[in-house]
Design a protein around this ligand. Structure first.
Ligand code: UGA
Ligand code: MN
Length: 333
């Protein structure tokens, strides 16, 4: 009796197993089959053709409205040619990265980067290539006797002189080679690689006719230096040191029209100018105080800062280097 019961149970179990297996096989076969979905597709098809119709109607409306519109020719913004001297040091890549990323926000900007070096360096070449900016890469080494030596106070010799002059030389030559009446349109600005520039300063300088001027923050041992305006004209300068200089202004505080630069092909920076007279050496031959064009709300706003980057301390690096454990030289900083 017990054996028969066992047999029956076994049969039931086998049968149950077989049926489940068949069910599973059937289900798996259905997975790969196409289903007859015409019923489901119908509303989808209708929606697609309705949307297509609407799209056509919209396209037609756009075409018609564009055809009736007068072609509005926006006058092209004058280009800004920014000349930046730069030299190799630990913070160079950081400075140029910050600067290039500011410039990316400025329309119609052409960056003329002049390395103080006997050759173009891979660090600057690569940075410019990847910057996304319109640029020209030049180099011009400062003569040995004019170059600041390690330990010299920074005011001892002027900096960036030959590089700015090289930038001017390239610009004059390049513009001569450009055909058309547009080759004289533009503004020239000298942007050192360590300052801080608001985007607004570029829109202020874009309308420069001859030489435009504005305040510079954190310069000359003052909160700011600026031209003082009376009746829309520059009458003197707010500065803490030798206000009698012809143009007692920092490099960051003025821009010159390209036309004026081209009309005065000999104008350049004088590396032999006494301390504080570098900007004057260039501007003297170009403009008079009376002709200066005040920007930045009659020189009442600070839109550029003469910031200076601290020289990074390398004490730990040097200690580790002495033990052969210095940072990997292959990593560009
Ligand atoms: C101040 C002014 O802001 C500068 O425009 C002016 O050139 C300088 O004084 C001067 O009297 O010559 P400061 O901050 O003291 O500037 O100068 P840096 O920022 O050290 O140098 C100005 C520019 O020249 C920078 O773009 C810098 O990268 C470049 N430079 C500096 C070189 O190309 N070579 C150098 O050996 C040193
Ligand atoms: Mn500086």
């Amino acid at each position: 009796m017990a054996t028969r019961m066992k047999l029956k149970l076994k049969t039931v179990f086998v049968l149950y197993f077989m049926v489940s297996l068949m069910g599973l096989v059937y289900a798996l076969m259905q997975l790969g089959q196409r289903c007859d979905c015409t019923e489901h597709d119908m509303p989808k098809d209708r929606t697609i053709s309705r949307l297509r119709g609407e799209l056509h109607r919209f396209q037609e409306q756009i075409r018609k409205s564009e055809a009736t519109k007068q072609p509005q020719k926006q006058p092209a913004k004058p280009a800004i040619f920014v000349i930046t001297p730069t030299y190799a040091r630990l913070v160079q890549k950081a400075e140029l990265t910050r600067l290039s990323q500011t410039f990316l926000h400025v329309p119609q900007l052409h960056w003329i980067v002049v390395e103080d070096s006997p050759h173009k360096t891979p660090l600057v070449s690569d940075l410019l290539l990847k910057s996304g900016l319109t640029y020209t890469h030049l180099h011009m080494p400062t003569a040995k006797d004019r170059k600041l030596q390690e330990g010299d106070p920074s005011w001892l010799k002027p900096r960036g002189v030959e590089q700015r002059n090289e930038g001017l030389r390239w610009l004059r030559e390049d513009r001569r080679a450009q055909p058309g009446g547009d080759n004289q349109q533009g503004v020239v600005y000298f942007a050192d690689d360590d300052n801080t520039y608001s985007l607004q300063i570029f829109e202020e300088m874009r309308s420069t006719q001859r030489v435009s001027v504005w305040p510079v923050g954190l310069v000359g041992g003052m909160k700011y230096e600026r031209p003082v305006i009376e009746g829309g004209k520059v009458v003197r300068f707010h500065t803490g040191w030798r206000p009698s200089r012809p143009f007692p202004m920092d490099m960051a505080g003025f821009a010159v029209s390209l036309k004026l630069v081209l009309a005065n092909p000999e104008s350049c920076f004088d590396g032999d100018a006494p301390m504080g007279f570098l900007e004057s050496s260039f501007l003297q031959g170009l403009v008079t105080m009376d002709e200066l064009e005040p920007k930045a709300d009659n020189c009442s706003k600070v839109l550029v800062w003469h910031t200076r980057t601290e020289k990074p301390k390398m004490k730990r690096e040097e200690a580790l280097q002495a033990q052969g454990l210095g940072s990997d030289r292959a990593v560009e900083v």
